[in-house]
Design a protein around this ligand. Structure first.
Ligand code: NAD
Length: 342
């Protein structure tokens, strides 16, 4: 029986992945879609055979809606999530959790008091290579992790920004390649690195679209963790294709490399393929990865079983904190040590 009622706020590019995942959950039903654009709301309601609204506040008092997916522009996430949590709803928000760290902390505070849960969509943690890498780190099967790197070379056109009311602006996107595209890879690096930052030195620049966007299109960083692991990161939207994200993790007794979405182990002079890309179409863009459905299913399972979802506010905020340190250190000659963080 479909006992869990769901709503999606924001019916843009990412919403169909959420709608499709909800439809595939046995006890869940998409009751309502909300978009401030009435044409978009009506179209999506028709597409998914559900109710369409233009004001998300109408969800607050609705007893038939238990889980709300926040798929709106970045600057809207925090305000919506806090109101929904205060109204007793479970909230699954798209990344980034919020526009900035202070807004994310407001969400965390609301979640701590709320009956409902807050989940953050970092679906790349569900990619098979990510899961295998984390298993190797946690099991110690290759010894300690020594260092790692993450490289994101993607393309975003002028039209991607000019056709959008919110992308490319500090007030609405909160940053550029760091907070929108490379945040997934930064989240993986901090997850693999154990989360506790020692110091960060980064640099951001706008290499190509400086006439079009306020925010950076390119960034790099050297991230030191308290456990002595060092992570190097490079991310750009100024490439001319969307290359698969590359990851390398060097351990005491071997090296893991993610290339072309496959994971390889290099050990004792031999390379072994550990996992290949999943071929099933997710209905989204290939560079979004295939983890949305798995994450959404897992979020619903945690709620159904009364367990705390693991990518909650305290996990979701970590990539945002790392990004804030990269911005803070950019342009200075100094690393930003964790102890000086405000
Ligand atoms: N996890 C991923 O891989 C992934 C991929 C793409 C986008 N995203 C994230 O999803 C979110 C949405 O991105 P998108 O690409 O779908 O954006 P989009 O611009 O395509 O869609 C946003 C939609 O929200 C609607 N909206 C704006 N303000 C609203 C309001 N107050 N109430 C209701 N609706 C409102 C807009 O009308 C629009 O239809 C962003 O946070 C983005 O970073 C995540």
């Amino acid at each position: 029986m479909k006992t869990t009622g769901a709503a999606i706020i924001g019916c843009g590019a990412i919403a169909p992945l959420h709608a499709r995942a909800i439809a595939s959950i046995e006890d869940a039903r998409l009751v309502t879609v909300v978009d401030s654009d009435p044409v978009q709301a009506a179209q999506s309601a028709q597409d998914y055979g559900c109710e369409g609204l233009t004001d998300y506040r109408e969800l607050l008092e609705r007893p038939d809606i238990h889980i709300v997916h926040v798929c709106t522009p970045h600057h809207q996430h925090a305000g919506m999530a806090v109101e929904l949590l205060n109204a007793g709803k479970h909230v699954l928000t798209e990344k980034p959790m919020a526009l900035d760290v202070p807004s994310a902390r407001l969400m965390q505070a609301a979640a701590e008091k709320a009956a409902g849960q807050l989940g953050v969509v970092f679906q790349n943690r569900y990619n098979e290579p990510s899961v295998r890498i984390k298993e190797v780190i946690d099991s110690g099967s290759l010894g300690n992790l020594l260092c790692m790197k993450g490289v994101v070379t993607w393309t975003r056109s002028e039209e991607y920004y000019t056709n959008s009311s919110w992308r490319g602006r500090w007030a609405t996107e909160g940053g550029g390649v760091l907070i929108n595209q490379a945040i997934h890879t930064l989240d993986l690096l901090q997850w693999f690195g154990g989360g506790d930052l020692l110091s960060v030195k980064g640099s951001v620049t706008t290499d190509v679209l400086n006439e079009v966007i306020e925010v950076e299109d390119t960034a790099h960083a050297c991230i030191d963790f308290k456990n002595k692991v060092r992570g190097l990161f490079y991310g750009t939207n100024a490439y001319q294709v969307n290359s698969p994200v590359e990851l390398e993790l060097v351990f005491e007794q071997g090296t893991l490399q993610q290339r072309r979405d496959s994971l390889y182990l290099w050990k004792d002079g031999l390379e072994t393929l550990l996992c290949e890309p999943q071929t099933a179409s997710t209905g989204g863009k290939s560079y979004w990865g295939s983890g949305h459905s798995r994450l959404i299913h897992d979020f619903y399972a945690h709620i159904r079983e009364g367990r705390r979802f693991w990518i909650d506010g305290s996990e979701g905020i970590k990539a945002l904190e790392l990004i804030a340190e990269i911005y803070k250190s950019s342009g200075s000659r100094n690393r930003v040590p964790q102890a000086q963080h405000s």
